[in-house]
Design a protein around this ligand. Structure first.
Ligand SMILES: *Cc1c(COP(=O)(O)O)cnc(C)c1O
Length: 470
């Protein structure tokens, strides 16, 4: 097979191999890397992998811990229905092989996916007939799905380091979740250093701890400014000759191909599990902001996985739903909502979707979208607890609300999977008062919260960042 290459969505960059695309992050012309061609996957071979777990009590230890069995009687309903742990590494290795063929990372790929996907992923039925399920993506170290991409990128970049090379410096600007996942994933990786920039006083207390509790090869900078200032500083640093001379700079933000592709793996695994058990395609409702997670789902379907409908669940940031309604692409400043990790007014992965579906009519054929306001998110968090015994974070509740709004006929027409993107304990300030109860912390999160923290405050200027990095 000829080597797999990736092209820029803006078509003005040279093609890149997989590892080059990972190291670059953004293509030189400012575009995003997408596959040059779509290899045909052997879906039958994939079907033979993974766990043929039947309706059993196979729920992972971690998952039952966070539900707090005694504190939460209703959760037993879901357990009785038989949750299915998905075994990602074998599926990941087979699924990614044709996408990395010819690259230096092809051979270590099985080891990379073992290293990256070392925490549970669970499919939880919400109805006895299996027509409604929840895909829990929050059992990783920082309790949100961003752990999948961050851990994969870290495991891959670590294997591209050569002895004696100067360290790779990863700069990441964060409004909350991404920085924690990236810091956790790269912590203690030899030959790689991480600098996390966050807006001082503008992240939640739990998030701030997750950004500042690492030490070692992770530096944390509280920038006296906004998230936009942090992002601008990172961009300026990449263009700064003296920093470029001093460090080998790289980025780990969500447009990196090395964060997107591993996310396609859990859609592959979940859709195969549904296909194996029910002989039907899985349809997904995906809480969406920057559109990375939903692009991964689209790619999995494009590669031949048995995926039916894909619906985007947005909060009150309506850029994408307005585009589908009107055909006008109008990015705008984001507005703050309860589902804050989706507060995006100019989703960067739109470029990837448009490269597959240049015309709005084609995009309408590929997916649909709905938006949910804060009041509806609150009501859905309460309803999810009352009807399913489920505790949902605001993002997951957004997906559940979008599903509930579908016509009864549409709901019956497929096997629906709601994507659960974060553990509710990460958003306890919002969820606990609504439910009138405490949410048990997963062990991984509570461990982080006991670590000592340290960070350096800097001005929102390149000079200040430059001095702090030295
Ligand atoms: C980042 C994030 C999202 C949005 O995902 P995108 O890939 O940006 O669309 C949704 N939920 C949670 C909890 C997140 O952290």
């Amino acid at each position: 097979m000829s080597p797999m290459r990736f092209i820029s969505t803006r078509n003005a960059s040279p093609v890149a191999g997989f590892s080059e695309a990972l190291k670059r992050g953004l293509a030189p012309d400012g575009g995003l890397y997408v596959p040059e061609r779509w290899p045909a996957l052997d879906v039958n071979a994939l079907m033979m992998l993974g766990t043929p777990h039947s309706m059993s009590e196979a729920r992972s230890a971690d998952a039952s811990k966070h539900n707090g069995e005694s504190a939460h009687p209703l959760a037993s309903d879901a357990r009785q229905l038989g949750s299915e742990p998905l075994t990602l590494p074998p599926i990941a290795a087979e699924f990614l092989a044709p996408l990395v063929v010819g690259d230096v990372l092809a051979e270590p790929m099985p080891a990379i996916v073992n290293d990256a996907f070392n925490f549970p992923t669970t499919l939880v039925p919400l109805s006895a007939d299996g027509r409604l399920q929840l895909l829990e993506l929050f059992h990783g170290p920082t309790a949100a799905f961003k752990d999948f991409g961050a851990r994969f990128l870290a495991a891959a970049l670590a294997r591209l380091r050569k002895p004696g090379e100067r360290p790779l410096k990863i700069l990441v600007a964060t409004s909350g979740d991404t920085g924690g996942a990236v810091a956790a994933a790269f912590h203690q990786r030899p030959g790689i250093e991480v600098a996390v920039l966050f807006p001082k006083g503008l992240v939640s207390p739990t998030q701030e701890r997750q950004l500042t509790c690492w030490g070692g090869n992770v530096q944390s900078f509280a920038v006296r400014g906004t998230f936009d200032d942090c992002q601008r500083l990172v961009k300026d640093a990449f263009l700064d000759p003296s920093l470029r001379e001093q460090f080998e700079l790289s980025s780990a933000n969500s447009i990196n191909l090395g964060r997107l592709l591993p996310q396609a793996v859990y859609y592959a695994a979940a859709s195969l599990a549904v296909w194996r058990r029910y002989g039907e395609r899985a349809s997904f409702v995906v809480p969406s902001g920057n559109l990375g997670n939903v692009s991964a789902c689209i790619w999995a379907r494009r590669l031949g996985l048995p995926i039916g409908n894909i619906i985007l669940a947005h909060n009150a940031n309506r850029t994408v739903t307005d585009y589908l309604d009107t055909g006008q692409w109008r990015p705008r400043p984001s507005i703050a909502t309860l589902a804050s990790a989706m507060d995006v007014g100019n989703p960067s992965n739109m470029e990837r979707l448009q490269s597959l579906f240049p015309d709005v009519g084609q995009l309408r054929g590929a997916l649909s979208a709905d938006t949910v306001d804060d009041e509806a998110i609150r009501q859905r968090i309460k309803a999810g607890y009352e009807s399913f015994g489920q505790i949902w974070c605001p993002h997951t509740a957004t997906a559940a609300e979008v599903y509930e709004r579908l016509s009864a006929e549409r709901r019956r027409s497929s096997h629906w999977v709601l994507v659960a993107t974060a553990h509710p304990a990460k958003f306890r300030e919002i969820v606990e008062p609504l439910l009138g109860r405490e949410i048990p912390m997963p062990q991984t999160l509570s461990d982080l919260l006991t670590r000592p923290t340290s960070c350096t405050e800097i001005e929102p200027s390149l000079a200040s960042l430059r001095a702090a990095l030295n």
